[in-house]
Ligand binder design. Structure first.
Ligand code: XMP
Length: 319
């Protein structure tokens, strides 16, 4: 007689007895899995849970503030907010090659996260939002493609001086059960049904070199795109929607003025598991509204493209 309520009650008891009076660290990303894991553990042990949220400078518009408001204020969790924007941007200066960017972002994240953890002292457990499919995947001999994809997003092998045990309260659940659990624990529908978002964030959507200015531009483009998708009631039909800023300028005309500005691309796909994906057929008026808002509202962008490449041959992300 499995129900979400009895799962929560059992799991809360289990977490309490495993943890005792010790402390648990959780890296919050703002994504579904770490959010649900954090709220569940917090329900069990309150202030014995410390969450760390790293702002890598590559987050979506208002993301950092939203996380601080939701987990720090609304749920009243102990939340360590680490603003590492400048450090990440400095490390990425002059780097345009996708794998090089990913490696730098991944390594920076690990460094920043462990530094924050060391400063907290006496932590015994590391909480992770590992799901059942992740467990299966990491057991398979090849690991599978998304095991590699996720390698620098999820905290990898622990350094020797940090001897934490893992706490993985979601590891018997599938994604839809995690979403249901999240709702049961008081997380908003909008949060638990969020599209996937890569660890390196907008860093791999600023095609070419990543700068603060380009990221700010992309944040605006992305926010308009998602807003229009939600307004049209299509968010739930789409696996993932993303905008990229291309390293290209094009000529346009706005008012009586000739402009020479940046180009962005929009992409939305349907998928079951991200291994294959089909491009999403928007009603044309949604693309129309989105494109005209972007050109009118985002300084520096005068052209919008829609990506109709499926996976394969294209990956979902551009980098
Ligand atoms: P691709 O672009 O390979 O992406 O078709 C497949 C799915 O994985 C996501 N993705 C990532 N997720 N860390 C993550 O946690 C990453 O570094 C990463 N790179 C890609 C991508 O957004 C898509 O959902």
């Amino acid at each position: 007689d499995w129900s979400m309520e009895s799962f929560i009650a059992t799991e809360v008891e289990r977490i309490r007895s495993v943890v005792g009076d010790r402390k648990v660290l959780c890296g919050l990303s703002g994504g579904v899995d770490s959010s649900v894991a954090a709220v569940l553990i917090h329900k069990a042990i309150g202030d014995q849970l410390v969450c760390v949220f790293v702002n890598n400078g590559m987050l979506r518009k208002n993301e950092a503030q939203n996380v601080v408001d939701l987990f720090g204020k609304h749920f009243n969790m102990r939340l360590e907010y680490v603003d590492a924007e400048t450090a990440f941007l400095d490390a990425l200066k002059g780097i345009a090659e996708p794998e090089a960017k990913r490696k730098i972002i991944g390594k920076m994240f690990v460094d920043v996260f462990y530094d924050a953890a060391r400063s907290l002292g006496d932590i015994s457990f590391l909480a992770q939002g590992t799901l059942y499919p992740d467990v299966i995947e990491s057991r398979s001999p090849s690991g599978g493609p998304s095991a590699t994809i996720k390698s620098h997003h999820n905290v990898g092998g622990l350094p020797d001086d940090l001897k934490w045990e893992l706490l993985e309260p979601l590891k018997e659940l599938f994604k839809d059960e995690v979403r249901q659990l999240g709702m049961e624990l008081g997380l908003a529908e909008e949060l638990v049904n969020r599209h996937p978002f890569p660890g390196p964030g907008l860093g791999v959507r600023c095609i070419g070199e990543v700068t603060k200015e380009r990221l700010d531009t992309l944040r605006e483009v992305d926010a308009i795109f998602v807003e229009e998708i939600r307004r049209a009631g299509l968010y739930g039909d789409i696996w993932q929607a993303l905008a990229c800023l291309l390293p290209v300028k094009s000529v346009g005309v706005q008012g009586d003025e000739r402009t020479y500005r940046e180009v962005c691309s929009l992409r939305a796909v349907t998928s079951q598991d991200a291994m294959t994906a089909d491009w999403y057929r928007f009603p044309p008026e949604v693309l129309q509204t989105t494109a005209s808002r972007i050109c009118n509202e985002v300084a520096g962008v005068n052209r919008v493209l829609y990506d109709i490449t499926s996976k394969p041959p294209g990956t979902i992300e551009w980098e």
